[in-house]
Write a new protein. Structure first.
Length: 374
């Protein structure tokens, strides 16, 4: 048995930023266009008028200030309202592979390693650009990695489930190291015309290098324990799959082909599930609240994170104990907790303990207990 460790992480951040002000301006322009176009039906009571969004509501309800996206021009055009992503030819790298490659190279550099040191690639994300060949195998090819690669999807918990898979393989000795990459193009599965959720997501890619602790060339985080759990729920759902069809009436534009959620229920049901999961995981590993120097949580909603932080520590977290990045990145699905970890972990001291936890659709929850070395 070998000791698995996180030896490097990397984050790819797209260049386009959409502030709440820009987002709301476009959404409200779209609403005005829609209401004007459908004025007769609305006046006759056959169609409900759409309501404006508000910057105030978005910040208060979520804690989000802005989001990064691959393409803002389409999203901010009230006549388009989705990213304009060029269909790439089969001879070009896919968009997800390109984003993941950038993050992976940063993770390798942070660890002082090259692709030659990697045995496996896991592409763990909440949506995949195509069915096959696996995006992970494309990334493996672009990096010239020997070994194997595969895709997996556990929605917002993809990264922590991927880390568990990689850590277990490193621990058993079947591989020496793995890159877990999380390219999340959430802007393409968000319905930007839906007032209830148009502010939620952003795009990003993260990468985590997992190796045997003995192979680390600098400071590293020993993976002390991982734990994954799932429980079926329809409260976060996306029906877009390979059986995609038009509606029986022939209308192709089906709302359920994008992200759908019952946000209030998610809030109510996921919080106790996550709090209990973390408490049990910590107890089984003899980790007390007082031992936890940092918690890197999934980044969906600030109130949710505040609640979980308080439950786990038994008090309100001090600034910096539970870093949030969602004000800048919004919800980036599985990548959120890894961005927080990547940006806010290097200052931990030798033997400090921390915990990564993600949660989301499925429902799914994944936690990783880490100890810093060096
Ligand atoms: N602008 C202005 N008002 C808005 C609005 C917007 N964009 N969207 C909704 N509202 C209004 C609603 O119409 C409602 O008005 P009413 O009280 O007059 O009916 C009110 O604000 C509250 O709406 P609600 O949807 O209940 O808001 P909320 O407080 O539950 O917050 C979320 C919404 C999505 C931020 C919150 O439910 C959440 O974060 N849930 C968890 C989501 C999550 O983690 N999902 C995981 C995804 S991977």
């Amino acid at each position: 048995m070998y000791t698995p460790a996180i030896t490097g992480t990397g984050v790819f951040t797209p260049q386009d930023v959409i502030t709440n002000a820009e987002l709301v301006k476009t959404f409200n322009a779209y609403v005005d266009l829609y209401n004007a176009k459908n004025a007769t039906e609305i006046a006759a009571g056959h169609l409900p008028a759409k309501a404006h969004s508000s910057e105030d509501f978005i910040f208060k309800a979520s804690g989000i200030n802005q989001r990064y996206v691959i393409d803002k021009t389409g999203i901010l055009d009230p006549e388009v309202m989705h990213p304009l992503l060029r269909q790439r030819s089969d001879d070009e790298p896919s968009l997800m592979a390109e984003m993941a490659l950038d993050a992976a190279q940063k993770a390798l550099t942070a660890a002082g390693k090259t692709a030659a040191d990697v045995d496996a690639v896991i592409c763990a994300a909440s949506n995949l650009e195509r069915a096959y060949p696996a995006v992970a195998i494309e990334i493996q090819n672009l990096l010239q990695i020997n070994g194997f690669a595969f895709d997996m999807n556990v929605a917002c918990s993809s990264a922590t489930f991927g880390i568990q898979a990689a850590a277990d393989m490193v621990r058993s000795g079947s591989i020496r190291s793995a890159l877990v990459v999380n390219p999340e193009i959430c802007s393409a599965h968000l319905e930007w015309r839906d007032r209830d959720c148009h502010f939620i997501f952003g795009d990003v890619a993260t990468a985590t290098l997992i190796e045997r602790a003995e192979d680390a060339t600098g400071p590293y985080f020993e993976i002390k324990s991982t734990r994954c759990a799932t429980e079926f729920s329809n409260n976060i759902r996306n029906n877009n799959g390979f059986l995609r069809r038009s509606r029986p009436d022939g209308v192709a534009d089906r709302r359920d082909m994008q992200f759908m959620q019952n946000g209030r229920k998610v809030f109510k049901e996921v919080l106790p599930m996550v709090s209990q999961h973390i408490a049990e995981h910590m107890a089984d590993n003899n980790v007390q609240a007082i031992d936890l120097k940092r918690i890197w949580l999934h980044q969906a909603n600030k109130s949710m994170n505040d609640f979980i932080g308080k439950k786990v520590l038994g008090r309100s977290p001090e600034p910096g104990e539970q870093p949030n990045i969602l004000q800048d990145y919004a919800n980036t699905s599985s990548a959120g907790s890894i961005i927080a970890f990547s940006k806010y972990s290097s200052d931990l001291q030798d033997r400090d303990t921390g915990l990564i936890c993600s949660f989301g659709a499925g429902y799914s929850v994944g936690s990783v207990i880490l100890q810093k070395h060096g």
